[in-house]
Design a binder for this molecule. Structure first.
Ligand code: NDP
Ligand code: 8X3
Length: 249
């Protein structure tokens, strides 16, 4: 099951898993996009492989009824990719829009733990499963304007580790994938649909692609059962750390 499969990392991850013969549940809010994805993947990899789940991960009620919506053959989730997420705005904290902060927390934190809490009991019962969270370098390093977004990804990082602690002895694996600059619809969403501003983020950078990140997700899932990849941090070669900033008077 891949959340946020209507675009970017989620879409490419769904494609990779389908290509490897997995049955894939593609979940997101934009159902038309998921329907198109299902059609294209089933044309490529065969009928009956993809199930579309229209889902807003921030809705406890929708997450709660997932299993009532899933056909029998899709009801045992082996791998959950908690990918649905977003950044909104890049203003300094004192100017940030509170509504944006609420939405990032609801999606990146609450959505991720609602999904995890819903899917985990079945995995534990079957003694088999893998939860792959999509964190970010923004959860590891601070940057101006990263404020609430980076903090939501720091939650993803620690939640992943704490899940590992809770799940010791159950055979369930948990992984945090932490990408850096990657060209998807991420910046378009962050800048409220401003195409030019979004394109400028990536101009001349040779950023990561959705395929690069999907490759890391599927690689982590493909490891033998006794190997747990705790985290993978990946950046484009063109991205690195800068010196800490100092305010000189
Ligand atoms: P995209 O904007 O291309 O994709 C985001 C996906 O999340 C969409 O499919 C969207 O689907 C889905 N989504 C958003 N809100 C919800 C919701 N409430 N319920 C269900 N689905 C939702 O961005 P990316 O592919 O880049 O982002 C995927 C993840 O990767 C995010 O968690 C992001 O924070 C993280 N990330 C991105 C990086 C980047 O530079 N691109 C780097 C590091 C991490 P829909 O709108 O149809 O619901
Ligand atoms: C997305 C990467 O650096 O734009 O999580 O926050 S960054």
């Amino acid at each position: 099951m891949v959340t946020g499969a209507s675009s970017g990392f989620g879409l490419e991850t769904a494609r990779r898993f389908a290509g490897k013969g997995y049955k894939v549940i593609v979940a997101a809010r934009r159902k038309e996009r998921l329907d198109e994805l299902k059609q294209s993947l089933e044309q490529e990899f065969g009928e009956g492989k993809i199930h579309v789940l229209e889902l807003d991960v921030t809705s406890e009620e929708q997450v709660d009824r997932i299993f009532r919506e899933l056909p029998e053959e899709f009801s045992q989730v082996d791998i959950l990719v908690n990918n649905a997420g977003l950044a909104l705005g890049l203003e300094p904290a004192q100017e940030a829009n509170l509504e944006d902060w609420h939405r990032m927390v609801d999606t990146n934190i609450k959505g991720l733990y609602l999904m995890t809490r819903k899917i985990l009991p079945g995995m534990v019962e079957r003694k088999s499963g893998h939860i792959i969270n999509i964190g970010s370098i923004a959860g590891n390093y601070a940057y101006p304007g990263g404020n609430a977004y980076g903090a939501t990804k720091a939650f993803v990082k620690q939640f992943t580790r704490n899940l590992r602690a809770d799940l010791l002895g159950t055979q369930i694996r948990v992984t945090n994938i932490e990408p850096g600059l990657a060209e998807t619809e991420f910046s378009l969403v962050r800048f409220g649909g401003d195409q030019e501003k979004a394109e400028n983020v990536y101009k001349g950078t040779n950023p990561l692609t959705a395929e690069d990140v999907a490759e890391a997700v599927v690689w982590a899932a493909d490891q033998p059962q006794h190997v747990n990849i705790n985290s993978i941090e990946l950046m484009p070669t063109s991205q690195a750390w800068a010196a800490l900033a100092v305010d000189k008077v």
